[in-house]
Design a protein around this ligand. Structure first.
Ligand code: 16G
Ligand code: ZN
Length: 520
């Protein structure tokens, strides 16, 4: 171990007093001003992870997604673009809180039998926050203790995932931002040509004043026309404020600076462009098209293509407890596709989706993607029938696997996948909104003394602790027609979240408020 370097470098990144850090659903996330030492240590850990995997490229992303401008965060990305395995999360927490970094690093090296000399490349990206450049330097400092760092500057989170994957798996695409753009744009253009679409795809995107704005502008083609609003990344206080996917989904209303024309499709990204939601107005009434709707649209589109291609594949849709009850009913009864539930957080959904030939996973908040198994992709590529309609469906499916980011939810990819699904099926946004009606639903945030006492089971749909609380929730829920409510501790904020839905908006609000009262 290069002991001197570690201690010398670490001395440049002192740990703030009286702060504890925990690697949660989204990595570390807190005020950006508190994160310098943590990001440095994550850099050290990322290089150790690379060494453990004998020099594979690892990723570090600096972002706090949809959180307010003063926050920041950091997470580690594994070689194929997956999240850091859960087994390693405690190491991240151990290093972030360590008062004796050298001993703790030595402990991890011994436990994992790591040869630090094998540390390879760690690629780093950041969002547009004020604290990001300084944190990026801290990450690089940490990485260079054992490994090599390559900084890509501002990136969307999914672009960083793409870069990690393409460094390890050249067949995935060129390992550059240009390579990412080229992969998506050429697949979109080819699909449009296959279907003789000449009118460009059009949409207005609210980029949350985040990194999605400049990245969308880098994509150009005669075949689409994307206008971007809320694209001010210079004003650091504007990020996610009254705009962006989280704002639109949580408040169920339009973001600032979108003056919609009725029956036109709009969309919102979040601050690091890994979530997307859509919406339109009908007689000025706001209609949200959230992650549940994206899942059903893409799953039914892909199903249709599979039928046209005469290819059999096992498809499943993965949801979380936040999925609207009517979306689940529509998937099971109308689309007749199996549904699985997992706890919140991409790692859980992603993992489950890998059990299918085609796993469609979306959280209601707009975070998700579609995974195609390698086996299915080879089958699609090898099947040739000579029949034009079948050939076209086969090619479209293969190209869709290139449009849709196979590593993680991606606003840009998902945006194109949705626009293609609508255009090719000749479906308007209003048709999409009418696929099924939605049960009224509401999300509440309750600040409690200790959120860690709330322990759940059954994909977070039921509480096991505090003892007795679930029985009280059940008793309340039973009084409402199609009532459903659950309570879970947030993994990203110091709060507990309460979700309620019921047949009427009044009942939904009432049920939610009563469940909140149980927590006081
Ligand atoms: C993180 C998760 C997101 C989840 C959210 C829940 C990833 C990459 N992101 O942002 O999927 O919806 O946390 O937040 O897994 P909460 O625990 O505060 O409700
Ligand atoms: Zn995000």
């Amino acid at each position: 171990m290069t002991k001197d370097t570690l201690s010398a470098a670490s001395a440049r990144h002192p740990k703030p007093p009286n702060t504890t850090f925990a690697y949660g659903t989204a990595g570390f996330r807190t005020l950006g001003s508190l994160l310098d030492s943590t990001v440095f240590r994550v850099g050290v850990l990322a290089a150790l992870r690379s060494a453990k995997l004998r020099g594979k490229t690892i990723g570090v992303m600096i972002t706090a997604s949809h959180n307010p401008p003063q926050d920041n965060g950091v997470k580690v990305v594994d070689p194929l673009g997956e999240m850091l395995p859960q087994l390693w999360e405690p190491y991240a927490t151990q290093l972030a809180n360590s008062d004796n970094l050298e001993d703790d690093v030595r402990d991890i090296v011994a436990r994992e039998k790591i040869d630090v000399a094998q540390a390879g490349l760690v690629v780093v990206g950041m969002d547009t926050r004020e604290t990001s450049p300084q944190l990026l330097r801290a990450a690089v400092d940490g990485i260079e203790v054992f490994g090599r760092a390559k900084s890509f500057g501002e990136l969307t989170t999914p672009q960083l995932h793409y870069l990690v994957r393409s460094h390890n798996d050249p067949g995935f695409g060129e390992p550059s931002e240009k390579g990412y753009n080229k992969k998506i744009v050429s697949a979109v253009e080819e699909i449009l040509r296959l279907w003789n679409v000449s009118e460009p795809l059009e949409i207005t995107v609210d980029a949350a004043n985040g990194v999605g704005a400049p990245k969308l502008r880098n994509l150009s083609s005669d075949l689409f026309n994307i206008s971007v609003v809320n694209s001010n990344t210079q004003d650091k206080s504007a990020l996610n404020v009254e705009c962006g996917a989280d704002y639109v989904k949580t408040n169920q209303k339009l973001p600032a600076n979108v003056q919609p024309r009725d029956h036109q499709l709009y969309s919102s990204f979040d601050g690091d462009a890994d979530r997307v939601v859509f919406y339109y107005t009908d007689n000025s009434r706001f209609q949200l098209l959230d992650g549940d709707r994206i899942a059903t649209l893409l799953a039914s589109f892909i199903n249709k293509l599979l039928q046209q291609a005469k290819v059999e594949a096992k498809m499943g849709i993965i949801q979380t407890a936040y999925a609207n009850g009517d979306s689940t009913k529509y998937i099971q009864e109308t689309l007749q596709i199996p549904v699985d539930f997992t706890p919140t957080g991409v790692k859980h959904l992603h993992h489950k989706a890998q059990e299918y030939d085609i796993g469609v996973y979306f959280e209601a908040n707009g975070h998700g993607t579609v995974l195609f198994s390698e086996k299915l992709i080879s089958k699609l590529k090898c099947t040739h029938t000579g029949l034009p309609e079948e050939e076209r469906a086969l090619k479209t499916l293969v190209l869709l696997t290139e449009v849709i980011n196979q590593t993680v939810g991606d606003s840009i990819s998902d945006l194109f996948a949705v626009l293609l699904a609508l255009r090719i099926q000749n479906k308007t946004c209003v048709d999409w909104g009418k696929d099924y009606t939605e049960l009224p639903n509401k999300l509440f945030k309750v600040i409690v003394k200790d959120r860690f006492v709330f322990k759940t089971t059954d994909a977070e749909r039921r509480l096991v602790e505090p003892a007795g609380l679930q029985a009280k929730i059940d008793a309340l829920v039973a009084a409402y027609v199609r009532g459903r409510s659950f309570v879970r501790a947030s993994g990203t904020e110091n709060a507990v979240r309460v979700y309620s839905e019921a047949a009427s908006a009044a009942d939904c609000a009432d049920l939610g408020a009563r469940v909140c009262q149980l927590l006081e």
